[in-house]
Design a protein around this ligand. Structure first.
Ligand SMILES: Cc1ncc(C[n+]2csc(CCOP(=O)(O)OP(=O)(O)O)c2C)c(N)n1
Ligand SMILES: [Mg+2]
Length: 641
């Protein structure tokens, strides 16, 4: 089957994208017209002849996914959503491009605009998300069959996405996993903001992708037949596919095409007039000719049958799976057992035992680690690695690719159906912060299992010992950071994290922690472990038991009582919880740099604001004055004794 549109009709359709993009950027007096104009031909072929989507139900579970990784080209996506008939995307929204409360923010935002599959803008992230989505499709298709899931993932990347280190991690993983239903279009326009890409790169991208196990095509990105043939061939590949599309940024603009000047600024009225003339666009700004409009709408409607047939034929067990709530019942038994046993456990070990209880009863959980599986305790016995042969596994070997792990988990969560968790050392959240931030911005249910949470990890030393990480992760809006003090709190932290419709970070110890929850019962956000006293010790994780000992010491030696409070997740504290902090002076104790929260609640703080050191952990706690004696001394000073 050849491409069904002749040259005239193809141009008519692709020029709609160009004119809307030029017009919206001009009216907003801000934005990026170059990329939408350059990729309009590729997008037109993809959206009219391949992409399976149904604007009347944008979330239909078996739709193809389209991700615009270079989110600066947002007008490309907004134009397509408007032209193909997404009802939220009106012409007025296009006229409100980049205005407050519009559906057309500067970069596409997931959850804000129907039809936007991922929030993109930080370059390279969309590619990582796309790999996670393509992997999800493979896993769900294996489990539930082709009638449930049978779709592709298409992604547009620019030079910028491919320069980012994240792209290397994503490409290498996708090639290794042979994600053959992933198709990446590279907008090979040779231009970035600073000018020609030759300023900063001489990488042979084709060779790079091939070396990672991809199939590649090189085409003229303005030749519809070539675009069509490449996509058609890509459908039969047994590897992920790169289609390198040679394009001109700002295609059609007589004096700006091919130049960085059209990347991120309006063309200007005169140049728009000249461009429209050159392209044969003879209609006014924001007006689409009836003929083009009805053609686009027809293409937008062309998967109606596929959509209806999916609704009819998709297996009921898959539909139920998508609705299924997590089963926390096994955790109740485990909590009861722990209350009896009072186990001394590192919280990373307790976390592994929580997973022992959760995984067999919750098929939607997909685990993984960035090559620290034995340290993170993220893989329980009975889990199976996901490989090219084993698509019904539930554990991802991310390799040493933390940044990709975060982007991939976001992709899995965005795809729907599965809940990802993944581990590494807390210190290496530095390698995945952009992905963590996007989990939060998108409100995705992703659980970060971050072990080796402080100087308590000991001998590996300051390179591995987080100091500022706790405070900096707590500073990200919309994320919950849990630092449980014992096995039971670890269990409730997991449950609370999985109940939250957003991302969570579990901050877990390498070293053993005594059991402290003898007398507390219902899971709460804040635990008063010792009440009544002249001062309140507020703490998290491995320092809570030190506060308990400090409280004993104060009483024995000085006859002074001190309250002890564990607050594993500061973000969870509501106003009633805050009352439990009490009215007495507060001394907050954490083996970390001070978090804003403590300063805000006028607590004194005992922590660490230098790098750590390499030694057995007991020696480090003494060296950094984090001992019951030191806590007691600080309390005495606060109380003026
Ligand atoms: C991580 C990150 N760094 C920097 C930017 C700022 N930025 C936006 S677009 C761009 C250039 C991208 O070049 P390319 O992908 O080739 O896009 P084109 O100019 O071809 O549209 C840069 C540096 C960003 N959005 N994300
Ligand atoms: Mg470019």
């Amino acid at each position: 089957m050849p491409y069904s549109l002749d040259k005239t009709h193809h141009s008519l359709l692709s020029n709609c994208i160009r004119s809307l993009s030029m017009d919206a950027v001009e009216l907003a007096n801000s934005g990026h017209p170059g990329m939408p104009m350059g990729m309009a031909d590729v997008a037109t072929v993809l959206f009219t002849h391949f992409l399976k989507f149904y604007p009347k139900d944008p979330d239909f579970p078996d739709r193809d996914r389209f991700i615009l990784s270079g989110g600066h080209g947002s007008m490309l996506l907004y134009s397509l959503l408007y032209l193909t008939g997404y009802k939220d995307m009106t012409i007025d929204e296009l006229k409100s491009f980049r205005k407050l409360h519009s559906k057309t923010p500067g970069h596409p935002e997931y959850g804000h605009t129907k039809g936007v599959e991922a929030t993109t803008g930080p370059l390279g992230q969309g590619l990582g998300n796309a790999v996670g989505m393509a992997l999800s499709e493979e896993l769900l298709r294996k489990r539930f069959g082709q009638d449930a899931q049978n779709h592709r993932t298409y992604v547009f990347v620019g030079d910028g996405c491919l320069m980012e280190g994240l792209s290397e991690e994503a490409i290498s993983f996708a090639g290794h996993m042979q994600l053959s239903k992933l198709i990446v279009f590279w907008d090979d326009n040779g231009i970035t903001i600073d000018g020609k890409t030759s300023l900063s790169t001489s990488t042979d991208q084709i060779a790079r992708f091939q070396a990672s196990g991809w199939h590649t095509f090189q085409i003229d990105g303005h030749n519809p037949e070539e675009i069509f043939n490449a996509i058609q061939s890509a459908q039969t590949s047994n590897k992920p596919v790169l289609i390198a599309c040679k394009t001109q940024i700002g295609f059609g603009s007589p004096s700006k095409a091919g130049s960085e000047s059209v990347h991120g600024s309006p063309l200007g009225q005169n140049e728009i007039i000249a461009t429209k003339k050159a392209l044969g666009i003879d209609y006014p700004a924001f007006e689409i000719p009836d003929k083009a409009s009805s053609l686009w709408r027809n293409f937008g409607n062309r998967h109606k049958e596929a959509y209806e047939s999916w609704n009819k034929n998709a297996p009921e067990n898959f539909k139920k799976f998508l609705q299924k709530k997590l089963n926390f019942e096994p955790l109740t038994y485990l909590a009861d057992a722990w209350r009896q046993e009072k186990p001394t456990l590192a919280s990373r070990v307790a976390s592994g035992k929580v997973l022992d209880a959760l995984i067999p009863n919750n098929a939607g959980l997909i685990g993984g680690s960035a090559d620290l599986t034995p340290s993170n305790n993220t893989r329980i016995s009975g889990m199976a690695d996901i490989t090219t042969q084993m698509r019904d596994g539930n554990y991802i070997r991310y390799g040493i690719r933390e940044h990709f792990m975060s982007a991939c988990m976001n992709g899995i969560a965005l795809h729907g159906g599965l809940i990802p968790y993944g581990g590494t050392f807390l210190c290496f959240t530095d390698y995945m912060r952009p992905g963590i931030r996007l989990s939060a911005l998108m409100g995705l249910k992703v659980v970060y299992v971050m072990t080796h949470d402080s100087i308590g990890l000991g001998e590996d030393g300051p390179t591995h010992q987080p100091i500022e990480h706790l405070a900096s992760l707590r500073a990200i809006p919309g994320i919950k950071v849990y630092r449980p003090c014992d096995a039971l709190e670890t269990l409730y932290s997991w449950q609370s994290a999985l109940e939250f419709e957003g991302p969570s970070i579990l901050v877990l110890s390498r070293q053993n922690l005594p059991f402290l929850h003898e007398n507390t019962f219902n899971p709460q956000n804040i635990y008063v472990l010792k009440d009544e006293g002249d001062i309140t010790f507020a703490s998290t994780g491995s320092e809570v038991h030190l506060c308990m000992d400090a409280s004993d010491l104060l009483e024995k030696k000085y006859g002074i009582k001190a309250r002890v409070i564990s607050a594993p997740c500061l973000e969870n504290l509501n106003s009633d919880d805050m009352k439990l902090l009490g009215k007495k002076p507060i001394l907050a104790v954490e083996a970390a740099a001070q978090s804003v929260f403590w300063a805000k609640h006028s607590a004194q703080f005992l922590g660490i604001d230098t790098f750590g050191a390499s030694a057995p952990h007991q020696d480090l706690y003494t060296h950094f004055s984090l001992t019951p004696e030191a806590i007691a001394q600080k309390a005495l000073r606060i109380l003026g004794r």
